[in-house]
Structure formats: structure tokens, C-alpha cells
Design a protein around this ligand. Structure first.
Ligand SMILES: N[C@@H](CCC(=O)N[C@@H](CS)C(=O)NCC(=O)O)C(=O)O
Length: 220
């Protein structure tokens, strides 16, 4: 398999696709392309980018191509077995799938106003009300998942899985912008950041030379 991703410093959807590949346990080649560099328009017109119309992540698996992070999770879960990604319990799985889908389709204020920048910690300031509303909903979801299904594990449904993959870039945004969160969330966020795959990704981001100025401001 070959996964094409954007800058590890900034590309939140790429992080999800990459974590999904790691979670699959399958070997994959990783190709990182610098978002919005001088070659971007030319590169995104290439055949490898055509299926997603230029967006990353894109997963190629022989003749099969999957773009969009949640589709990558589902494709890989079909390939290696659902239990690697989703909880076994039906009620837990229903919640995990709903949370992943809600993450995928919602929280636009948080995503728009606090772009991912994994290399930075910006001074704390009061977030806009729409961002606070997104954070309140995220806290509600995390609290319910942890209380009902966290068990002895550190993650939303105990073991690291698809729901954690989808929320991982939210964790990094909260830390980057020092956004206010409920106390219980600190332990969960720490578990996500300390996960070896996240540590690998963060190290990769630190090694990148590319800088996108727009994302180097506290309010992108
Ligand atoms: N819904 C897509 C979003 C993909 C996406 O928007 N990726 C961004 C990078 S984080 C991108 O490729 N932007 C480049 C562009 O839109 O030209 C997913 O889940 O993968």
C-alpha cells in the first residue's frame, strides 16, 4: 500500500489516514508532499491525485484507491478485520462510529479557527463562542465514551481505535492553542500524545523544513 499525505506539521486529515494505516498493522509506503508549495497545483493534477481531486490523504492499494480519512479507516477495517478499529460490543461500536462520523462532518469552528500546527504552542486566549460550543460537545462525547466504555484502557473505548484516530488532531489543536478542556480530558489527551505512533508523527513534523506562514499565526 502507498499512502500519500501532506505536511505532518499541518495536515490533520493526513494524520488520521496515517494512523489508520498504522492501526491496520499492514506495511505501507508513506509519501509526504508539501501542501500549497510552488509545485502544488501541478502535482495535484497528476494521476495519483486525480481520485481525490488533489486532496490528501490518498491510499493506493494495487488497483484500489481510497481517499478521505474515514473511508480509509473503513477500507482498512474491511481488509484486516473490524475489531482492530472498532469496539466489539454493538452499543459501543454504534457510539464509536457515530463519534467518528460526527468528527468527520462537524466542529467546523474549531477546525477553521484553530488549524493544526503540531510544532507550535500559542499563548492561551479566550476562544470564540462557536469554538467553545464545539469544545463543549467534544467534552460531552469524550466523557460519555470514557465513562461507559473506557474500562481500564486509556482511550475513548479502552484500546486505541478508530474513534481516537479521528479525534487525534483535536487533541493536538487543544494543546497547540491551549484551549480550555475538562479536567478528565487531560489524561486522555496525554495518552493520545504519548502513543508511540503519535510520537513518531510529531518527530516527523519536527524534521520538516516546510513552513506555511498562514498556519503559523495563532488564529489562522
Ligand atoms: N474529507 C477529507 C479532507 C481532506 C482534506 O481536505 N485534506 C487537505 C489537507 S489536511 C487537503 O488536501 N487540502 C488541499 C486542497 O484542498 O487543495 C478527508 O477526510 O480526508
Amino acid at each position: 500500500m502507498k499512502l500519500i499525505i501532506g505536511n505532518k506539521a499541518y495536515s490533520s486529515w493526513s494524520l488520521r489516514g496515517w494512523l489508520a494505516c498504522k492501526q491496520s498493522g499492514l506495511p505501507f509506503e508513506e509519501v509526504v508532499v508539501p501542501l500549497y508549495d510552488a509545485e502544488w497545483d501541478r502535482r495535484r493534477e497528476g494521476a495519483e491525485f486525480a481520485p481525490s481531486s488533489g486532496k490528501v490523504p490518498i491510499l493506493w492499494d494495487g488497483e484500489a484507491v481510497v481517499w478521505d480519512s474515514l473511508a480509509i479507516v473503513d477500507y482498512l477495517a474491511d481488509k484486516v478485520g473490524r475489531e482492530r478499529f472498532w469496539p466489539a460490543d454493538e452499543a459501543a461500536r454504534a457510539m464509536a462510529r457515530s463519534m467518528a462520523a460526527e468528527m468527520h462532518s462537524s466542529f467546523t469552528a474549531l477546525r477553521r479557527k484553530h488549524a493544526m500546527n503540531i510544532r507550535q504552542v500559542f499563548p492561551a486566549k479566550r476562544p470564540d463562542d462557536d469554538v467553545l460550543a464545539d469544545l463543549a460537545r467534544i467534552m460531552e462525547l469524550w466523557a460519555q465514551a470514557r465513562a461507559r466504555w473506557g474500562g481500564d484502557g486509556d482511550f475513548l473505548f479502552g484500546q486505541f481505535g478508530a474513534a481516537d484516530i479521528m479525534f487525534a488532531p483535536v487533541v493536538t489543536r487543544i494543546l497547540t492553542y491551549q484551549l480550555p478542556v475538562a479536567r478528565f480530558a487531560l489524561g486522555y489527551m496525554d495518552a493520545v500524545i504519548q502513543h508511540p505512533w503519535m510520537q513518531d508523527w510529531i518527530a516527523g513534523a519536527q524534521e520538516e523544513d516546510w513552513v506555511i506562514q498562514q498556519y503559523e499565526q495563532p488564529s489562522a
